[in-house]
Write a protein that binds this ligand. Structure first.
Ligand SMILES: [Zn+2]
Length: 589
């Protein structure tokens, strides 16, 4: 028994070292790409000779130009690299992660050449021990925005690494066609097509590495943007976006039955603040923005529409993706993911993801050509279009209005009055209205208003709680929705406000006996004094107040000495007198 203590502390030290160091030495190989992301450039140097800048024209251009032949060619090339494990070969010209990233990099250079060198191509290098390999590269293509007064970065990503059943197997055949060749070719096709167009905001196209071993490439990129104070607008992650066939072990929320096909729906995963769907979250607001545009501006142009399914969860149960490192740093981030997918290499018959079976398809008549694809190229095209159309709209969007419930909202009877005096009276507005308990994550309805200093919304149900989101509209291009705010029935009570970049995580361990640790991430740009954790029992009775402050990054608060207690407790994060979040924990013995 005596041996246990030193062994345990050794393990703890090793674990925390890994957590502290993470990805290091993150740098951009092309200094020009960095300067553009920082906004230090003259847009005239990147002006297109033939300016195409009207979002509607660009969306039609995407419909005409996204090519299923081009997508298929990329898939065949990705397949030829045999194994794209993050730790696989970097020397060979034909196989492994090294050959893969050089091919993507060269394709990006080709897209730039075809478009007056407007796409600035670079690697994002970083160091991290992954499967015995310690140097890694993402690819980035930066399309400089035209308007430095609006300059905020939009980013679209997809991981190009793959894995077999063995997470570090660098020898197996692992073509990773759906996971995540599909996201990779989507990002490549957008880089190819969108480099022709002009946007006010800068767009970054980035195939990333290291996802399947722990979100390393996505984290390196998010960290790079955060640490360098690059003004950031939104992250679109694409991971598993081409398959339409249901396997039998997909993680919940799952598809209906083996071999069920769905090419009409796509899921958008994003953080809620918790798994409580009624919570306000700028990530959900980004998902709503995508759905609204898809329904109003994209689907009417299509013979086969795409339905956006906003998900409660941040990802499928037990799974994760490269949008999470962006979200955890306070950046709006979502994940596109097919409605139907094949699960995690298990089941009978076994599913395809993370196995040698994630292939392009079958040669059913044995003539040496694959004639039955597991990927639906038209479905993948529609997902590519949804990304591109929303990037095009955000790329020309006016600023998000700065409205808040204390200064701008008033509720009188069945009416809410939003006062925009001194905020954004020059724009037209749209207001998204969502009632609490309506069972949907989407707006009940959206209203349009001409430019004016006051917005009146009437005929509201007096007994209901509502959430309101106001967007600016300029030349029929909508801004991103700001933080969603609510007014509670007739009392007009404000709900707790989510502080951007501050997240309280679930305590570890949970359940606990002697002590437990609560981590609070602070990825905002300031430290907070006047912070406390309040612990209550399961009847809501006050037990303990733990005053603290929040430094930048991760803050850990240890709770101990609850000797006589057992059962369910709650802990709340209080900042500047307001409840920011409450979670449950279980004390045993
Ligand atoms: Zn993946």
């Amino acid at each position: 028994m005596k041996l246990k203590t030193p062994l345990l502390s050794f393990i703890l030290i090793v674990l925390s070292a890994a957590l502290v160091f993470g990805q290091t030495n993150i740098r951009v190989s092309n200094p020009l790409a960095e300067q553009i992301m920082l906004g230090n450039y003259d847009p005239v140097d990147y002006a297109a000779t033939n300016v195409i800048d009207v979002p509607e024209t660009i969306i039609q251009g995407l419909i005409d130009r996204i090519s299923t032949d081009s997508l298929l060619d990329y898939f065949k090339k990705l397949d030829s690299f045999y194994n794209r494990n993050t730790g696989s070969d970097t020397v060979s010209e034909t196989t492994g992660i090294g050959a893969t990233r050089r091919w993507i990099f060269n394709k990006f250079q080709d897209y730039s050449l075809a478009n007056e060198n407007r796409l600035i191509v670079s690697y994002l290098d970083f160091d991290q021990d992954v499967c015995g390999m310690d140097k890694h590269k993402n690819i980035i293509g930066v399309l400089p925005g035209r308007d430095l007064t609006k300059e905020k970065i939009l980013l679209v990503e997809g991981h190009f690494d793959t894995r077999c059943e063995g997470g570090c197997d660098t020898e197996c055949y692992t073509p990773g066609i759906d996971d995540n060749g599909s996201g990779t070719v989507l990002v490549m096709e957008l880089a190819r097509i969108m480099s022709k167009y002009t946007f006010d905001h800068t767009i970054v196209f980035t195939p990333v590495t290291g996802e399947d071993q722990g979100l390393h490439g996505g984290t390196a990129m998010a960290k790079y943007i955060y640490d360098n104070h690059i003004p950031f607008m939104a992250c679109f992650n694409n991971d598993v976006v081409g398959g339409v066939i249901c396997g039998n072990t997909s993680s919940p929320p799952s598809c209906p039955e083996l071999n069920h096909v769905d090419s009409m729906n796509v899921r958008i995963f994003s953080y809620s603040g918790s798994n409580d769907s009624t919570k306000v979250s700028k990530h959900k607001q980004l998902a709503r923005y995508i759905k609204l545009n898809q329904e109003e501006k994209v689907n009417p142009l299509l013979t086969v529409p795409l339905n956006i399914n906003i998900q409660i969860r941040e990802d499928r149960q037990g799974r994760s993706g490269d949008h999470i490192p962006f979200r955890s740093r306070g950046f709006p981030a979502i994940r596109f993911c097919s409605q139907n997918e094949h699960g995690n290499g298990a089941g009978n018959p076994p599913d395809r993801q993370h196995s040698t079976r994630d292939i392009l398809g079958l040669d059913t008549n044995q003539d040496g050509e694959i004639d039955s694809l597991f990927i639906d190229l038209n479905y993948l095209k529609r997902n590519t279009l949804s990304n591109g159309a929303n990037l095009a709209l955000l790329g020309h969007s006016p600023p998000t209005p700065d409205v808040n419930p204390r200064d701008n909202y008033d509720r009188v009877g069945d009416k809410v009055i939003i006062n925009l005096e001194g905020v954004d009276t020059t724009y037209q507005h749209r207001v998204g209205i969502r009632s609490r308990g309506s069972g949907t994550l989407y707006f009940d309805y959206v209203l349009d208003f001409d430019a004016s200093s006051t917005i009146e919304i009437d005929n509201l149900d007096r007994g209901k709680d509502y959430y309101f989101s106001v967007m600016n509209v300029e030349n029929s291009v909508p801004s991103l929705f700001p933080q969603e705010y609510s007014r509670k029935n007739l009392l007009g009570v404000e709900y707790p406000e989510f502080i951007p970049g501050v997240n309280m995580l679930q305590n570890i361990p949970n359940p606990f006996s002697n002590s437990t640790l609560i981590t609070i991430e602070n990825f905002s740009d300031k430290e907070y004094q006047n912070v406390e954790i309040i612990v209550r029992d399961n009847l809501g009775r006050f037990l303990r107040r733990v005053p603290t402050y929040l430094g930048l990054g991760k803050n850990e608060i240890k709770l101990s000495e609850f000797d006589n207690l057992k059962g369910m407790l709650t802990y709340s994060l209080i900042m500047e007198g307001k409840i920011i979040d409450t979670k449950r924990m279980v004390k045993v013995n």
